[in-house]
Design a protein around this ligand. Structure first.
Ligand code: ADP
Ligand code: MG
Length: 500
């Protein structure tokens, strides 16, 4: 399928239009059980093995609210500086789709549990951008459909579909921003940084693993344009299926350039959902957007209001961990890092790894130098995230300790790390099996030094003549003879003594 679209140049879009954006993020909670029944909410089990009368929508089955789900919703609301409703309600959002046997989704409508908050987002250059939160509400996830027989795995062209209800009823929190106005050229960046910050936040709160690639965090981005100077918002599109933080940025950018061209060509923007295309970063038209009336929302008669007494909310507030941005600021101060150094390390995904390495006994600068240089290089070579490397912070700390004890040189230490990355075992095993430990036996080293000096009389003359650099060739020869295991400090000392 080839899609054709005309795009206006991004700079030109900004000269004529002002983008308005709205982000809806769904976070799947990592509770043990589902939002309204006792089935496991665990991801990745045999299809339809985590089901029960409630999540299958069998007649007469009654939902019971998961208290942990409510507690975690409040936790997210508090971290987002929201007001927590003392009383909120579940509603039925009615629509037919085979991934949802009840034919309605339990959600919250006009009485969400959390509302009117904000998240201060740090942009790439360190500037803070405040994103206002309209609400964070509780709902349940739907089942999962797998379409067979088509070329693309989509419904179009499929000959049959499979339904897996394991996910049906898993707790979801939907976090909706107020319209984000005035970001201009930075709108795509704000979108990316907001979703990344939200992701970090829920992970730090311990309420979700927020894996966009596995669907435990999902983002829809709404975008409209209005001519510069106009007050009223234009018509928005809502782009779905965005499965990475980078793609959020690209989806916003693409819609800005596409919509600007459509409007300038005299066309109109339809209020529709669009699908993000991972292959080329474009969006394609989906269905015409339903309005709230189409869903016939009404309070769910099976569920009582959710009451959140103030004392309980305060108890939950007291359990909030140090929030990611507070932690970053503290670490930056403690380690005396510049904004740029801090940003590099955060962008490399190294912050937590370095913190854990320091906890395992290194200094911050020792830990930093391993994670942001050699290990980042290794991760790039393998094309994986830093955290996915087969080495733990404790193992890195062990390597550093061996260097400090003089048992490994930096070069040998890199070989030890290589061994660990290759799955050859723990640091000490690799050092032993690869025979990496520095040779401290003076006899063996002295013999190698003597041989190197005897073989290079011209260099000896230079050293004696006061040329300090000439010694490097002797050190090199000794290292070669000892397969890199001699202690360089000892070698230099011996050379100096012998060439006096
Ligand atoms: P829906 O039911 O269509 O998903 P929501 O209220 O859940 O609607 O989310 C709509 C999102 O789009 C919100 O973040 C809102 O701030 C934003 N939004 C609303 N109107 C516009 C507009 N004209 N242009 C851009 N974003 C908008
Ligand atoms: Mg919505």
């Amino acid at each position: 399928m080839t899609v054709s679209y005309d795009l206006m140049d991004f700079e030109e879009v900004l000269e004529r239009f002002d983008p308005v954006m709205g982000l809806e993020v769904h976070v799947e909670l990592a509770t043990e059980t589902k939002m309204f029944s006792a089935s496991s909410a665990f991801f990745g089990a045999e299809p339809n093995s985590h089901v029960d009368p409630v999540s299958l929508g069998l007649p007469g089955a009654l939902p019971v609210v998961n208290a942990k789900g409510v507690e975690w919703a409040i936790k997210i609301g508090l971290a987002l500086n929201c007001e927590i409703a003392e009383s909120s309600r579940f509603a039925r959002k009615n629509y037919f789709y085979p991934d949802q046997p009840k034919n309605y989704q339990i959600s919250q409508y006009d009485e969400p549990i959390a509302h009117d908050g904000y998240l201060d987002v740090v942009l790439d250059d360190g500037e803070i951008y405040r994103v206002e939160i309209e609400r964070a509400h509780m709902e349940e996830d739907t089942g999962k459909l797998t379409h067979l027989g088509g070329a693309t795995g989509r419904l179009q062209g499929a000959t049959s579909s499979l339904v897996d209800c394991n996910r049906a009823g898993v707790p979801l929190i939907e976090i909706v921003t107020k319209p984000i106005e005035g970001a201009g050229a930075r709108a795509p960046e704000v979108a990316r940084c907001y979703v990344a910050a939200l992701r970090e936040l829920v992970v730090a709160l311990g309420v979700s693993d927020a894996r966009m690639d596995q669907g435990s965090m999902r983002c829809d981005s709404n975008l409209s344009l209005r001519p510069i100077g106009q007050k009223e918002f234009g018509t928005r599109t809502e782009t779905k299926n965005i499965n990475s933080v980078r793609s959020v940025e690209q989806a916003v950018r693409f819609e800005m350039m596409r919509q600007a061209q459509v409007i300038t060509d005299g066309g109109t923007i339809r209020q529709e959902t669009r699908h993000y295309q991972e292959t080329d970063g474009s969006t394609t038209a989906g269905r015409i957007k339903e309005t709230a009336e189409d869903y016939r929302y009404f309070n769910d008669p099976d569920l009582p209001p959710v009451i959140a007494p103030r004392e309980w909310v305060e108890e939950i507030r007291a359990t909030l961990p140090e929030l990611p941005w507070v932690r970053k600021e503290r670490i930056q101060k403690e380690w005396k890092l510049s904004d740029e150094e801090m940003r590099d390390l955060v962008n490399a995904g190294a912050l937590d790894l370095i913190i854990d390495t320091v906890e395992a006994g290194t200094t911050p600068s020792e830990a930093r130098s391993w994670w942001v240089s050699y290990l980042t290089q290794k991760a790039n070579e393998k094309g994986v995230e830093l955290a996915a490397l087969e080495i733990t912070p404790a193992q890195v700390a062990r390597v550093v300790a061996l260097i400090n004890e003089g048992k490994l040189t930096n070069k040998l230490a890199r070989k030890a790390v290589d061994g660990v990355l290759e799955g050859e075992g723990d640091v000490d095993e690799v050092v032993k099996n690869r025979g990496l430990e520095v040779v401290r036996d003076d006899g063996a080293i002295e013999k190698a030094v003597d041989e190197a000096l005897a073989a290079n009389p011209d260099i000896v003359e230079k050293i004696k003549g006061g040329n300090k650099k000439a010694g490097g060739a002797i050190v090199g020869a000794v290292m070669k003879a000892t397969r890199g295991k001699a202690d360089p400090a000892l070698v230099n000392k011996l050379i100096a003594e012998k060439c006096r």
